[in-house]
Design a protein around this ligand. Structure first.
Ligand code: IPD
Length: 291
């Protein structure tokens, strides 16, 4: 059956906004945070409460849709072709437990495994990013409620080369030897004098939320974002928002132009002439391959 994407989008925005108070009223501490696979993969009661709150509202309104959420996902649960809400209740949990405000509810809808609707809401700044496949993406600030600005915010400049780029990267929570080595050696290469065509990148940024990193690329503020180790719930919503802003998502490992939303490795590039050239140039600096 044809889905009413606008209606689903509006509902997703509503549930994300309603869950914001659960996050802002919480008083998390680094001590109270538990961890999942290692000491830097944090989870709090608030992550679980927000996921429960949002997933129950979604399943009441859309009982036939599937759901995939960070806190209830089990190893082996795979994305199917049915419409699936994909939720990260708190993207940026580490920021949240340190009381840093770069935190977002990231709620996507995948249809046929394709990211189709994206809603990213920062409960602290009340900044809302949204996108529907084929219909553009937008940002709305709490300072001007009801005013939606189309993304990217300004007409994208042509790329001049990686040496003029602001690049987002993340250590992520996976610190295994090979992947850690690929990251640290690539970061060094990007930042070192003369490494990138004689001019190192303008800067490396790590906002600590994959969703908000993708929004920065969609806005055009960050030129390139490269990460391995994140999950479908970190990127599904941002993927739609970035794609509708003219950006592109490819694999963090060189050579694959068509990654899957559950592929766990991404290179995201803003809109602009020379986009594919920047992908190739970036891939040329990746030191090794992620497993
Ligand atoms: C994490 C954040 C972080 C990224 C990790 C993600 P979480 O999500 O997006 O920026 O580097 O790969 O797992 O655990 O805060 O929901």
């Amino acid at each position: 059956a044809d889905l009413n994407l606008q209606e689903i989008h509006d509902f997703m925005v509503k549930v994300a906004k309603e869950a914001a108070d659960t996050i802002t009223s919480a008083r998390p501490t680094t001590d109270a945070a538990g961890n999942k696979k290692n000491s830097v993969d944090l989870v709090t009661e608030t992550d679980q409460a927000v996921e429960a709150q949002i997933s129950s509202q979604l399943s009441k309104a859309y009982p036939t849709f599937s759901f995939m959420g960070e806190e209830t996902h089990k190893p082996g649960d795979a994305l199917t072709t049915s419409p699936t809400f994909i939720l990260d209740p708190i993207d940026g949990t580490t920021n949240f437990v340190h009381r840093a405000s770069t935190v977002a509810i990231s709620l996507g809808l995948a249809v046929d495994r394709v990211p189709t609707i994206g809603v990213i809401y920062n409960p602290f700044t009340r900044m809302l990013y949204t996108g529907i496949k084929g219909q553009g993406s937008y940002v709305e600030s709490a300072l001007a409620p009801g005013v939606r600005e189309k993304l990217p915010l300004t007409p994208p400049a042509a790329f001049e080369g990686l040496g003029s780029c602001l690049v987002a990267v993340e250590w992520g929570s996976d610190r295994r030897a090979n992947d850690f080595k690929v990251k640290s050696e690539t970061f060094t290469r990007l930042a070192a004098d003369s490494a990138v065509g004689g001019a190192f990148v303008h800067g490396l940024r790590s906002y600590g939320s994959a969703a908000l990193n993708l929004c920065e690329v969609a806005k055009g503020s960050v030129d390139v974002y490269w990460e391995a180790g994140c999950w479908a719930w970190d990127v599904c919503a941002g993927w739609v928002i970035l794609g509708e802003a003219g950006g592109k998502v490819v694999d963090a490992n060189p050579g694959n132009w068509k990654p899957k939303v559950e592929g766990r490795r991404y290179l995201a590039v803003r809109a602009g002439e020379g986009q594919d050239g920047i992908v190739e140039e970036f891939w040329g600096h990746v030191q090794g391959r992620f497993e």
